[in-house]
Design a protein around this ligand. Structure first.
Ligand code: SF4
Length: 422
């Protein structure tokens, strides 16, 4: 009998061809998908060429997404996107998403059924951990590791220990998965899960929809986590059914699996939460932050640019106007979300409120384009990082929040909760 294992250990063992693994063990795993974007792919492609190989390991298992500086913001970004596009054509890579079909990678790949339960996925982007929401082991790697993955279809891992979060209690009004993960990061710190798998369990997690689950797993890296993961249930199955392009495998933690820590959270006590500059762990309650006046609000990104996020923003903005001192930028994360939001009439609500709605892009999230902050400016954003200069000038500030708080802030002019608008 193999030792009792966590879901993460089981996925890794299966991909390493082993009956069991334990934390700290070095293993070589078969990969299901290797991902890179317009920033990291050109480096990975250069490193791939240094191997001397002519062909990638499997042209159908590499996903290349131009999302960071696209539609291209300048000549340099156009050249980077071209390197990727030329490589796609040369290698016959099937999972490539041109402008008009693209989206922010971590919203796009689950939506398109490219990633599924039980997969092992590496991505040359730190928020690759998002796919843990589908019951996969997914982690960010450097461009060189992505190049090796593209060449061999394998990657070395040190098996991470796991932290189990047991979340109980009903979420209150306007409290979402974003508030839950910000609360967790505030509680354990930006290195609180260093090189560990963050396994989210409990009735509150089971009650979350897929969009919220992806938000939670997306920010595992902001606590230093190697990965985030939520076991498959009916919500996952309903999401994957008719969408996943490959058969998926369900893994579950053994009841007596060993964890580095078990942390219990009563979610009924949570309130809308904001991360102050310049760390995601610098959390405070939104209701205690009303003295923070802001210049710009961004609703989008791989963290909160999905359709549920658009719906929540619209619910708050309906019949209201953006504050005269605020620029509100809303970015649906994929073309499909964009189309859905348009069909549901959400764009009318956004435009009536005087928001700007953009084509899918990472854009302002990384200070790329489409909403750079000037010196001393402040933004509330539904993104995942608020490091110094993340969205623009080094003296600018980013406050992380849920779409509900972001939309309320856009109307109030200062950090606000939706109840403030009543
Ligand atoms: Fe990275 Fe932001 Fe793009 Fe997400 S939206 S992949 S965090 S740049």
């Amino acid at each position: 009998m193999p030792r009792p294992m966590t879901i993460t250990e089981k996925i890794l063992a299966a991909h390493a061809g082993l009956d069991e693994v334990e934390p700290g063990q070095l293993i070589n795993c078969a990969l299901d998908i290797v991902l890179a974007n317009d920033v990291t792919a050109p480096i990975a492609i250069r490193e791939f060429r240094r191997t001397g190989l002519e062909k990638v390991w499997d042209a159908e298992k590499i996903a290349l997404v131009p999302d960071h500086y696209t539609p291209n913001k300048d000549i340099k970004s156009a050249e980077q996107a071209k390197v990727m596009r030329d490589f796609v054509n040369e290698q016959g890579i099937t999972h490539y998403y041109e402008i008009g079909c693209m989206g922010v990678e971590h919203a796009l790949l689950p939506e398109q059924g490219v990633v599924g339960a039980g997969d092992v996925i590496i991505g040359a982007d730190s928020h690759t951990c998002t796919y843990g929401a589908l019951g996969a082991f997914a982690t960010g790697v450097g461009s060189t590791d992505a190049a090796a993955g593209m060449a061999t279809g394998e990657a070395w891992f040190k098996v991470p220990a796991s932290i189990k979060f047991v979340v109980t209690g009903e979420l209150g009004p306007w409290v979402s998965g974003k508030d839950l993960i910000l609360h967790i990061i505030g509680m354990i710190g930006v290195d609180g899960a260093l090189y560990q798998a963050m396994e989210f369990t409990g009735p509150t997690v089971e009650a979350l929809g897929m969009d919220d689950r992806m938000t939670v797993c997306n920010m595992a890296i902001e606590a230093g986590g190697k990965s985030g993961i939520i076991a498959v249930d009916d919500t996952t199955r309903a999401y994957l059914d008719g969408r996943a392009e490959r058969p998926w495998t369900e893994y579950f933690s053994d009841p007596d699996a060993e964890y580095a820590r078990v942390i219990e959270i009563d979610a009924s006590q949570l309130k809308p939460t904001v991360s102050f500059p310049h760390l995601p762990s610098n959390t405070r309650l939104a209701e205690d932050s009303r003295d923070v006046w802001v210049d710009q609000v961004v609703i989008g990104s791989c963290t909160n640019g999905r359709i549920e996020d658009m719906r929540i923003a619209a619910e708050v903005l309906k019949g209201r106007k953006v504050h005269e001192n605020i620029r509100l930028i809303i970015i649906p994360a994929t073309q499909e979300i964009y189309r859905q939001a348009m069909h549901e009439g959400l764009f009318d609500i956004f435009l009536d409120a005087n928001a700007a709605v953009s084509t899918p892009t990472c854009g302002p999230c990384l200070g790329g384009h489409m909403g750079i902050l000037a010196a001393g400016e402040r933004a509330v954003a539904t993104t995942n990082r608020n490091f110094v200069g993340r969205m623009g000038d080094p003296t600018s500030e980013v406050y992380l929040s849920s779409p509900a708080v972001a939309a309320a802030t856009a109307v109030a002019g200062h950090i606000a909760v939706p109840e403030d608008l009543e």
